[in-house]
Design a protein around this ligand. Structure first.
Ligand code: C6P
Length: 413
């Protein structure tokens, strides 16, 4: 249930208990690490607590009242996801642990059945390890080739090079992120899907950084698979979604085996269950899926377009502020960018920088952000990244800019 008072876009912090805490400095916590994991509003925390207190039971197994209540809530969450991403059917919505598991499912089920010697998989240069390593693991076994789609100096996909790679190679699969977790670039997925299909390939999209921030319509994008994580969109950790076109999901073999995913088992073998159960082996993360459903209610009550607009405003404001800092280098220069900014500051190590910011009560992330090949391409080992969400305010950005100014002075002196 959405609270009667639907908060305005400018004043959401009060919905997030964690953001109303004071840091040891005495300042309110300035949380600028939502691209790693976002915070949960009360409505999500309470929905999960309600499940634990009132109707915790396994799903799709018991015919007692608690199990029925749990099953109903779990399936309602699936229905909410279906609407949220505009899937054609609930059968196309597979609950996973997160983006990583979703992509691994595609690679090990679809990939194992369809990729072999002589085939090529295209992966963009801006991918998170989750959208690189699963292909590398399977390539060792099946002998297909991975080629990388180059990016431009602005940090965008080089579409001409992409088209050339499709034309020159027997490409079976294209793996690309909707929004880069380092450069912030939002990629032209509909166009990339159109080109992949023109050359007979499927497209697997990593939606970890886009789904929390903008409305996603998997049918309009015409993607074959699309994976995202709950914990970056106001839901808890431990739940995510893999969307797949029904025909592809039906044709591909099972991935994990166990309870729930079978129709019948004999000593000689098994027949898989219908979708989506076919890909949901074992007891799922029930409370987390319910939490994701409530997170979707919350995001939709505010409006995905409003969230996108808010984050765009905050990001533009942050870019203006950060660009005033001498010796800052910002990575990614695409006008089509999501709510995160990765940067380095002269020769200050990213870890020292984020520790110094933590002393000021500001949480950012530093490191390679699970995108080592991209960092190598950018010529750095590590960056510091500030990332924003619907609860981020201009005051948070002001604090970041002031604190960075202090850090520069400190390291100078
Ligand atoms: N990126 C970040 O700080 P999981 O861990 O499965 O929920 O999501 C993996 C993942 C996949 N793709 C992209 C583009 C991502 O950003 C992430 C998670 C976090 O950037 C943690 S490394």
């Amino acid at each position: 249930m959405i609270p009667e008072h639907i908060p305005t876009i400018l004043n959401l912090k009060s919905d997030f208990p964690i953001l109303n805490q004071h840091h040891q400095t005495g300042n309110l916590l300035t949380y600028l690490d939502s691209a790693a994991s976002s915070q949960m509003p009360n409505i999500v925390i309470e929905a999960m607590s309600d499940y634990h207190r009132r109707y915790h039971a396994n799903v799709h197994r018991g015919i007692h009242q608690l199990s029925e209540l749990a099953t109903e809530a779990y399936e309602l969450a699936r229905k909410k996801v279906k609407g949220f991403i505009n899937a054609k059917s609930k059968r196309e919505v597979i609950f996973t642990k997160g983006t990583t598991e979703g992509i691994n499912l595609v690679v090990h089920a679809w990939g194992r059945a369809n990729l072999g010697q002589g085939d090529v998989v295209l992966v963009s240069q801006m991918e998170h390890h989750s959208n690189i390593v699963p292909y590398q693991i399977l390539a060792q076994e099946k002998g297909f080739t991975i080629r990388f789609i180059p990016i431009t100096p602005m940090g965008e996909i080089d579409l001409l090079a992409y088209q050339q790679l499709l034309a020159d190679n027997p490409v079976k699969l294209v793996a690309v992120t909707h929004c880069s977790n380092v450069l912030g670039t939002i990629n032209p997925i509909a166009e990339m899907a159109r080109l992949a299909h023109k050359y007979g390939a499927i497209i697997v999209v990593d939606g970890a950084q886009s789904t929390p921030h903008m409305s996603v319509d998997v049918q309009a994008l015409d993607v074959d698979f699309f994976a995202f994580s709950g914990h970056k969109m106001c839901a808890p950790t431990g739940v995510g979604v893999l969307y797949g076109k029904q025909a592809l999901l039906e044709a591909m073999p099972s991935f994990l085996g166990g309870g729930s995913m079978i129709n019948e088992v004999t000593w000689d073998g098994f027949t898989p269950a219908e979708l989506p159960a076919k890909f949901e082996a074992g007891t799922p993360n029930i409370a987390q899926a319910i939490g994701l459903g409530y997170a979707i209610d919350y995001l939709q009550a505010i409006g995905m377009d409003n969230i996108h607009q808010h984050v765009q405003t905050i990001t533009t404001y942050a870019l203006e502020g950060l660009r005033q800092i001498p010796s800052i280098r910002i990575y990614g220069d695409s006008p089509s960018r999501g709510g995160l900014i990765a940067f380095t500051l002269s020769n200050i190590h990213a870890h020292d920088l984020s520790q110094a910011l933590d002393f000021e009560g500001i949480a950012v992330r530093s490191g390679h952000h699970c995108a080592q090949p991209l960092h190598r391409l950018l010529g750095v080992n590590a960056t510091t990244r500030a990332s924003f969400y619907l609860y981020t305010t201009k005051a948070d950005i002001d604090r970041l800019v002031v604190a960075l100014g202090k850090v520069v002075q400190f390291f100078k002196g």
